[in-house]
Design a protein around this ligand. Structure first.
Ligand code: NAD
Length: 368
């Protein structure tokens, strides 16, 4: 009974065990009101089964909201493979995992996440069609950081519109934390638009590369320390590295008027959404801003098409403006307003699909 109370509110939790390959995995399907569940599969050496279950439950619920926000006709799911990626991975393990995914007959679509690579899922794909995000040469849609970075730009335009009345990117300054796959592209697009930047990264090569690139723009780029990024006099903070960075220690130092970035789980705790609001800082909820990658993998249903993905990613701008309006009208922090926005969308569509339509006859099939 204890286990059932833990999974209260979830449609289905599947424990996958294959002694032959050593596969131990959990698939959680949180909600399929908007369509079959979609979510990555991460591989980590979880210390206990409870830790793995907690993670997959938390992440699959997050996917329900993320899919609803991105308006992609998918519900929320996630999977965790218990093991150390380096010694424990094998092609057969991913084929066995693919068989478990296939046994769900179209109720769960998955792809890469922490500890797994698109290549791993090329093996899983031999057993099921319910795989997304494989390399382009296998029919996938390619690097997801491109639409994710574009989504961040639309997120920044939305906060600019809400705070300063114009969505123009130019003439403002941005503090970018993390110049990885997403952050570097965001930095380049902001430079292109005529913005000034403060940047930081633990990887000094990424910072040097950006400073070098910046020489061809008439912009000021200032490299700052890992700690100073929180207190620079920028207009917008753009977190593109870690989660939990909006907390009791960092929020009092912020001088920005708004926050919009790709990092997942930026608020250390829910209450930090209220603290930001009380401090007059407009926070663009992370899971709305960083949905570009999700939009891309969900779009694979129709066959890869970069242009269509980029067009769909634009919707992030309007979704954010609606959320900011709700937050203002209902005196809520933007994070809570975003959750309500998604819950409304799920509620309004839940008549459209049911458990049985997916389990008996998968209507969604990836073309490979
Ligand atoms: P990445 O690993 O390519 O880049 C992260 C960068 O942050 C690296 O350059 C790293 O050196 C830097 N970094 C790490 N710790 C730091 C610190 N303490 N201070 C400053 N910099 C630090 O990852 P990415 O794909 O660019 O993703 C960035 C963030 O966006 C992550 O939180 C990721 O979960 C999230 N996200 C990414 C995508 C995507 O499509 N790639 C989609 C949704 C969300």
């Amino acid at each position: 009974m204890d286990l059932f109370s833990k999974i209260q509110g979830y449609e289905q939790v599947v424990f996958c065990n294959d002694p032959h390959t050593g596969l131990k995995a959990i698939i959680a399907i949180h909600n399929t009101a908007l369509g079959p569940a979609l979510g990555g599969s991460r591989m980590l050496p979880y210390p206990t089964m409870d830790a793995a279950l907690e993670d997959v439950l938390r992440l699959s619920k997050g996917m329900t909201y993320k899919c609803a926000a991105a308006d992609v006709d998918f519900g929320g799911g996630k999977s965790v493979i218990i093991g150390d990626p380096l010694p424990d991975k094998s092609p057969d393990l991913f084929r066995a995992f693919g068989q478990f995914v296939d046994s769900l007959r179209g109720r769960f679509y998955t792809g890469t996440d922490m500890g797994t690579t698109p290549e791993d899922f090329v093996h899983a794909m031999k057993e099921t069609r319910c795989i997304v995000g494989v390399p382009e040469e296998y029919g996938g849609s390619g690097d997801s950081s491109v639409p994710t970075a574009l989504g961040v730009i639309y997120g920044i335009m939305a906060v600019n519109k809400a705070v300063w009345g114009t969505d123009s990117l130019s003439g403002r300054s941005y503090a970018i934390q993390g110049l990885g796959k997403v952050g570097f592209k965001v930095a380049e697009m902001l430079l292109e638009a005529g913005a000034d930047l403060f940047v930081t990264d633990i990887d000094e090569r990424a910072v040097s590369l950006l400073l070098e690139k910046g020489k061809s723009y008439q912009a000021t780029i200032k490299a700052v320390s890992l700690d100073d990024i929180y207190s620079v006099p920028a207009d917008v903070f753009v977190p593109c590295a870690l989660g939990g960075i909006l907390n009791d220690k960092t929020i009092p130092s912020l001088q920005v008027k708004a926050i919009a970035g790709s990092a997942n789980n930026q608020l250390f705790e829910e209450r930090h959404g209220d603290i930001l609001r009380n401090q007059g800082i407009l926070y663009a909820p992370d899971y709305i801003v960083n949905a570009g990658g999700l939009i891309q993998v969900a779009d694979e249903l129709y066959g890869p098409n970069k242009q269509r993905v980029l067009t769909k990613t634009k919707a992030i701008y309007n979704s954010l403006l609606q959320i900011f309006e709700h937050s203002e009208n209902d005196h809520l922090c933007t994070a809570k307003a975003a959750d309500l926005f998604c819950e409304k969308r799920i509620e309004s569509q839940k008549h459209r699909s049911s458990f049985f339509t997916h389990s008996q006859k998968p209507k969604w099939e990836i073309r490979v």
